[in-house]
Ligand binder design. Structure first.
Ligand SMILES: C[S@@+](CC[C@H](N)C(=O)[O-])C[C@H]1O[C@@H](n2cnc3c(N)ncnc32)[C@H](O)[C@@H]1O
Length: 416
């Protein structure tokens, strides 16, 4: 695209979101506020990004392309942080201002600004959240590079971009809409809703509509099917995007579905061959095998991040015993209707159904002893004293590594 096409496309996206803000405006964030009052949840969230840094709440956070409520949510979630929300749609800004007033969010600053122009603010950030935005930019590389420029060297970014294979039905229907010249207006959306009712069984979009309750809302349908600009990234393309913009991959927000150590991928023939691939190839393989991923959510750092590999967790050295495990907020421990031999089953909410972890009695004790303040070593010692099992360090090593891969816990590694 030349410069004038880029401007035209950007303007088309902006006026689309003025008309159809997505997600739609929300009136109340009361439940959200309640959920995040738990300090352990905020600690788990922090150490997902920075396992190696002491917990602090006075971060500067940018929510880039904040939509109608995301920046207000962050300001509510982290009252000790200074949150800046930017969006180029006036509608998103006014909805966010309304929430700011309603919840008296003095720590929130809302600015009408394009992601690409973020430098104009003259601010730098510890954490940048940019979810569901880059894939709508006419030049995502330029957008991500601009964000990188305002990220502190040891800051972290949370990104979410669309993934292609799981969205095949959406891209087919987008093309169909373009062929029929269906406009993004009330009449166009009304026609679309009636058309979708006749969608043949087995159409790739049909399953998506069935599994996404959001699609009953007009703004969700419009966002998915009539958006003027929408591209998606395979794992390989995503890694290229990061590299081009001076960023490096940290981890997936939820890593179990990408890992050959977890769920169905650990049980297929040649699973051991999968384990021998590089991490990036493993993620590519997971995306291809699963076939239904609609988005990638990840944490990335600047490629010159001063903490280097400390941001990754390792079980190779002896240090893992001093890691402090903290439970992830969206985990569930199921204790009824268990398969034989299992004392509990650990799952995450909204996760692939094959991603579950059965645990035996000894493992369940270890799991229950996690309180977010003591290390693996201390947990093991406590359980060892009340157990006849001899080799608790071995059990702990394998079990806590598994818990981490299965997104049950994060680690505070600052004690190492
Ligand atoms: C799908 S919504 C996502 C909103 C929010 N990030 C979330 O995850 O809920 C995309 C938002 O990005 C905004 N947006 C798109 N391109 C932008 C740009 N170049 N600069 C600023 N905002 C942009 C749109 O106005 C819209 O509010």
């Amino acid at each position: 695209m030349n410069d004038s096409d880029l401007i035209k496309m950007s303007e088309a996206v902006r006026s689309f979101y003025e008309k159809y803000p997505y997600p739609g405006p929300v009136e109340s964030l009361d439940n959200y506020k309640l959920h995040w009052q738990d300090l352990q949840k905020r600690r788990a969230d922090y150490h997902l990004y920075w396992p190696d840094k002491p917990f602090r709440e006075d971060l500067s956070i940018l929510v880039a392309g904040c939509g109608t409520s995301q920046a207000a949510k962050y300001a509510i979630r982290f009252p000790g942080a200074r949150v800046t929300g930017i969006d180029f749609s006036s509608k998103s800004i006014s909805c966010t201002e309304k929430l700011k007033k309603k919840y008296d969010l003095e720590n929130l600053n809302v600015v009408k600004l394009a992601v690409e122009n973020i430098k104009e603010l003259g601010l730098n950030f510890d954490r940048i959240v940019c979810t569901g935005v880059l894939h709508h930019l006419p030049d995502p590389d330029a957008g991500l590079s601009a964000l990188r420029q305002v990220l502190y060297p040891d800051g972290a970014m949370q990104l979410m971009v669309y993934a292609p294979y799981g969205r095949t039905g959406i891209y087919m229907m987008q093309k169909f809409c373009r062929l029929l010249d269906i406009p993004a207006d009330e009449k166009g959306i009304g026609d679309l809703v009636r058309m979708l009712k006749g969608l043949p069984k087995g159409h790739p979009l049909e399953t998506l509509i069935r599994n996404a309750p959001d699609f009953q809302y007009e703004e969700a349908l419009a966002d998915a099917l009539l958006n003027p600009q929408d591209r998606s990234y395979t794992v390989a393309q995503l890694f290229k995007l990061l590299e081009k913009s001076g960023m490096k991959f940290g981890r997936w927000v939820k890593q179990s579905m990408y890992s050959p150590r977890c769920g169905v991928l650990s049980q297929i023939p040649r699973a051991e061959k999968l384990m021998q691939l590089s991490p990036e190839e493993q993620y590519e393989a997971a995306e291809l095998f699963r076939g239904t991923m609609v988005r990638h959510s990840l944490i990335a750092y600047r490629n010159d991040n001063s903490s280097g590999d400390k941001t990754s967790v390792s079980f190779k050295e002896g240090e893992w015993q001093r890691y402090i495990p903290i439970r992830m907020p969206d985990t569930l421990c199921i204790e009824e209707q268990l398969p034989e031999g299992a004392a509990a089953i650990l799952i995450n909410k909204n996760q692939y159904r094959d991603i579950y972890l059965p645990v035996d009695k000894a493992e369940k004790k270890l799991f229950k002893a996690i309180d977010g303040s003591i290390s693996i070593e201390e947990i093991s010692n406590r359980i060892q004293q009340s157990s006849v099992r001899k080799s608790m360090p071995d059990v702990s090593h394998n079990f806590f590594e598994k818990l981490w891969w299965y997104d049950q816990i994060v680690f505070d590694t600052t004690g190492t």
